[in-house]
Structures are given as C-alpha cells and as structure tokens.
Design a protein around this ligand. Structure first.
Ligand code: ZN
Length: 141
C-alpha cells in the first residue's frame, strides 16, 4: 500500500467515525459517495473474515449488565456475546471486549446492537456482525 493509499484509508476512517451519528441520511449518503471503493473493499474484507454477511438474528434473553464489569449493556447500545481469553463465553460491553474478547465471527463472538424495545418493554437486540453464515446455521428460532 502506498503512502497516498494509507492517507486515504485514514481519511476514510476519520470521516466515517466523525459522521457515524449523523441523524440525516444525506450526510451518510455523501460519505458513502465520497468513498465508494473503501466501503466496498472493507465490506468484502469483513465478509472474508466472517464478520459480516451472516443471517441477521436477535439476541435471546441477554442479561441487562456486562458479565465482566457490571455496566449496563444498553448504555452504549452494543454488546458482544463472545469467547474471552480464558475460553469462557461472556456477554460483554465494548470496553471489556476490547481487553478480553477474542474476535467477531461465527463461533467466536457476535456483535449485537440495541434497536429499541418490544411491546413488553424488553430490549430488542439484533446481531449486526459475526452472526450465523446461513439460515441452516442459525437454526430454528
Ligand atoms: Zn464490561
């Protein structure tokens, strides 16, 4: 990778991070239009690693709090159900995952995003990365 290519990747990452919470779709659309190749390559690479492209599933009865530090999982709107360094599995906040998680991928860890609450007020979490690679692996719901 050339110095110019590396600079463009850094600019891409900084731009994506800066506008991630943009409420209007036009801003995100403009970012996608500015970096079409970067989004495509990154998506392809993440799929090559089994991180994205799986079947979208919902978390079944996750705990309210991080197994490792006790922070509310809904605080950041993300959690990881994954394997930690000692081989056990945990429901983790992003901070604990960064220190103890072993990765995102089917059989390693799933990244869940909070998308709202159901009719009974229960948190509704969907798997956005590391999910089952196909419907057969997802199993009956
Ligand atoms: Zn934690």
């Amino acid at each position: 990778m050339t110095e110019d290519e590396i600079r463009e990747w850094v600019r891409f990452i900084a731009t994506v991070e800066r506008h991630q919470n943009a409420g209007d779709d036009n801003t995100k659309r403009a970012v996608r239009r500015e970096f079409p190749l970067h989004f495509a390559l990154l998506s392809f690479w993440l799929n090559q690693y089994g991180v994205t492209g799986g079947v979208q599933t919902c978390a079944y009865d996750p705990p309210d709090d991080c197994d490792l530090c006790g922070v509310s999982l809904s605080k950041n709107g993300l959690f990881i159900d994954g394997q930690i360094h000692d081989g056990r599995w945990s429901f983790m906040c992003l901070g604990c995952y960064a220190g103890q998680g072993t990765g995102i991928g089917w059989g390693i860890g799933q990244l869940y995003r909070l998308v709202g609450k159901d009719g009974n007020g229960m948190a509704n979490w969907i798997c956005i990365a590391g999910g089952p690679p196909n419907a057969e692996a997802a199993g009956p719901r």
